[in-house]
Write a protein that binds this ligand. Structure first.
Ligand code: ASN
Ligand code: ZN
Ligand code: CA
Length: 347
């Protein structure tokens, strides 16, 4: 129980996807709880492979959330044989999302009110999804199935889902049409920035979504690809009038592609060992301004300028306004926001 710096960790967990991780926990009597007093008491519980019974937003029953406990404060084993292992990943995902929003954007929790959320793992039976739910202000993770996806507790997936909570508390982008694509892209952008922020050698930052979660039967090595979203077989690389008719996880492609181009630029590039090749609508060249400025611009656009009905044209205006506020109207950053949107045919 020694971390990379040679410091003994008194509380840690062996995760599924991220190696051995430091955890903050709560001692209650003689037992430790998987509840983090340093991050708003965010906690993780076992849903016992039960499901919510809901019709729309009205639920007649909810899966249980049995708080994980441990006697020696060393959690999980690194495999699914121990039910605590996926809980370690989920709690870590919450930790990194909390830290990213707090330390990078000054946001105090998902709701910016200092309050933690909670996670439910082992939801349902072979449930192949994860979701944020505003009504419980909580995160839910399925175990996946044997062939397509494993347990959905990957760091970028966690960051994606919790960012739905941030969107809900800010722009509240309506989850259909172009605003729905922007809602999804916001979660992919910040899920990715959370992954880069964590600097976990077992799960380095990349512009792929769900690369840790997919299994060979899925047919792709990630759920989504930001450099060229059409790599997933369904997402749009460029805006057109028909983008609004796509599923929100595919119409998001236009903004994911914008975000990649804004941060990294067009053409080929290798980052943390992954090679990308990002095209542009008319073959223009975009020179990236880096991930930190992407995050600052998107966060300000989301929390200051976007509204529930913002569409792609409105997102262009919102991010230009944000770039003007942060860097000035004649800045390279402002001009690159314009160039990156034009490169995905949003003018
Ligand atoms: N995992 C999905 C998502 O967050 C759940 C959904 O379709 N809303 O996008
Ligand atoms: Zn989503
Ligand atoms: Ca990723």
């Amino acid at each position: 129980w020694i971390n990379a710096a040679g410091v003994a960790l008194h509380r840690d967990g062996k995760s599924l996807y991220g190696g051995t991780l430091a955890l903050e926990t709560t001692l209650s009597g003689a037992t430790y709880q998987l509840k983090d007093p340093t991050r708003g008491n965010t906690y993780t519980g076992d849903a016992g492979n039960k499901s919510d019974v809901c019709s729309g937003v009205a639920c007649s029953s909810r899966a249980p959330v049995t708080l994980f406990t441990d006697d020696d404060n060393h959690w999980g084993t690194g495999t699914t044989a121990d039910r605590s292992t996926a809980a370690v990943d989920a709690q870590y995902g919450s930790d990194m999302a909390w830290d990213y929003y707090k330390n990078v954007h000054g946001r105090n929790g998902i709701g910016n009110d200092g309050k933690g959320s909670y996670n439910r793992v082992h939801y349902g039976n072979n449930y192949v999804n994860a979701f944020w739910d505003d009504s419980c202000f909580c995160m839910t993770y399925g175990d996946g199935n044997a062939t397509q996806l494993g347990p959905l507790v990957g760091l970028d997936v966690a960051g994606h889902e919790m960012s739905h909570g941030v969107t809900s508390k800010s722009a509240n982008l309506t989850y259909s049409g172009e605003s729905g694509g922007l809602n999804e892209a916001t979660s992919d952008i910040f899920g990715t920035l959370v992954e880069f922020y964590a600097e976990n050698a077992q799960d380095p930052g990349d512009y792929l979504i769900g690369e840790k979660v997919v299994r060979s039967g899925f047919g792709h090595d990630a759920l989504r690809y930001m450099d060229k979203p059409s790599r997933d077989g369904g997402s749009a690389d460029y805006w057109s009038a028909s983008v609004a008719n796509l599923n929100v996880h595919f119409s998001s492609g236009v903004a994911n592609h914008f975000a990649y181009l804004l941060a990294e630029g067009s053409g080929t590039r290798t980052i943390n060992g992954v090679t990308y090749n990002s095209p542009t609508y008319k073959g223009s060249t975009v020179t990236g301004i880096g991930r930190a400025k992407l995050g600052a611009i998107w966060y300000r656009a989301l929390t200051v300028y976007m509204t529930s009905s913002t569409n792609y044209a409105g997102a262009r205006t919102a991010t230009l306004n944000a770039a003007r506020d942060l860097y000035g109207a004649g800045s390279t950053e402002y001009d690159t926001v314009a160039a990156a949107w034009s490169a995905v045919n949003v003018n």
